[in-house]
Each structure stands twice: as C-alpha cells, then as structure tokens.
Design a protein around this ligand. Structure first.
Ligand code: C5J
Length: 216
C-alpha cells in the first residue's frame, strides 16, 4: 500500500481506490494576457505548478490510474451562470482568448502542457467546487475512488472548495503543495495550512516528489 509522508500524518491509499483531480488548469487562469492576469494577478505564481503537475500526471498515467480534469466555465448563453457571479464582471465578456470562461473558447480550455489524453475524463463545472452541478460523484463511485489527490488552481478558491466538498462527502484528499497554485503567496501558504490543521480537518498536504516516490 503506497504511504505518503504528509501533514498531519502519513496518507495511505490503494492503487484501486485513488484518483487524481486536476482542477481548472485553464489558459484563462494561467496564461499571460488571460482573464487572471487581466484582473491584476501575477500568473507566474500559477505557472510554476505546470512542471511538477506534468511529472505527476506522467507517473499517474504510467500506473494506469484515473485522472479527472475540471474546467470552470459556462454555457455560451450563460444560462448556468448565477446572476450574482455575472454581476461581478468578466464572465462571458470578450477577452484575449475568446469569451471569458465560456465553454468552447480557447481560453476556457486546459493549457497545452497538461492537455487531457484520450479517455481521460473532463468535468465542466459552473461553480468553484467540482462536485456542484456536475456528475463527479457518480464518476468517482464508478471508479471506486475513495482517496483523491487534488491538484490545480487556485489553491484557496477552486481547489479548496473542491477539497471541502470532497471531505464532506467522505473522501480523503491529499494536496501536493507544489501542484497547486494561488496568485497570492500568502493565500497559498495559509490555504495549505488550513487543510492540514487540526489533525487534517480537510485533508493531507505533501509534495509531489514524495507522492511519486511512494508510487515507485
Ligand atoms: C477562480 C479557480 N479563482 N479555478 N477559479 O476564480 O480557482
């Protein structure tokens, strides 16, 4: 049984009960010129996650373990976007990479380096959490996944919301710190601390080389 040296305690899983979630590694959040940068954010804080995440995905694929990618976004007619979210601006407007966070637009899709392979699942989600208004629960049930490795961006928004949703649904989540990113270094640090605090109130935190070592 792979055992990962993690905070607050070792994280164990079986190869037949684990899945890798890759949250919202989309051009609009990561690329210079995209939606994230247009909000004044420093996208280099997110770009540093691409290399370790690509390495983790390669190992995951080599072991034939399931990878589920998510994308935050909306239907072109915005019928799935709550008025409250729309009112805050950006969504559906014309951006450098097409209409911002609209399904089918270039900016909505995943960065080239982490593009899903044929057969890997992509869950389109209208909210921050990957369980809200998606079929992720059904997918995980079919995969028999009870333990989740949660990666992607941003740490304190969609990663955190998904980990919290998963925790409430009975999943154990491991978050590799180098494979999640925030535009704000302070939020990155505190977001990770919050997950593992109080005996792992939301889950476990490690780094990807440690997780990869546990798989070899
Ligand atoms: C945000 C996300 N930050 N994927 N989305 O709006 O975290």
């Amino acid at each position: 049984m792979p055992t990962v040296d993690a905070k607050p305690s070792p994280f164990t899983f079986e190869l037949d009960n684990v899945a890798l979630l890759v949250i919202d590694m989309q051009r609009d959040f990561l690329l210079p010129g995209g939606f994230g940068e247009s909000l004044g954010n420093d996208v280099s804080q997110l770009a540093r996650t691409i290399e370790p995440l690509a390495a983790l995905m390669a190992v995951w694929r080599a072991h034939n373990l399931p990878i589920i990618h998510t994308r935050e976004g909306h239907l072109p007619d915005l019928s799935d976007c709550p008025p409250s979210k729309l009112a805050r601006g950006g969504i559906g407007e014309q951006g450098a990479f097409g209409r911002i966070l609209i399904r089918g637009e270039y900016g909505h899709d995943i960065v080239d380096e982490l593009a899903p392979l044929d057969g890997e699942l992509v869950v389109d989600k209208p909210g921050k959490g990957a369980f809200y208004a998606t079929d992720l629960s059904d997918i995980l049930e079919k995969l028999n996944a009870k333990k989740l490795v949660v990666t992607g961006v941003t740490t304190e928004v969609c990663v955190h919301t998904t980990v919290r949703e998963a925790n409430d649904r009975g999943y154990d989540c491991l978050v590799p710190a180098d494979c999640v990113g925030s535009y704000f270094p302070e939020f990155q640090r505190v977001g990770l601390e919050m997950i593992a605090a109080q005996g792992g109130i939301f889950g476990w935190v490690a780094d990807s080389p440690t997780l990869i070592a546990a798989l070899s």
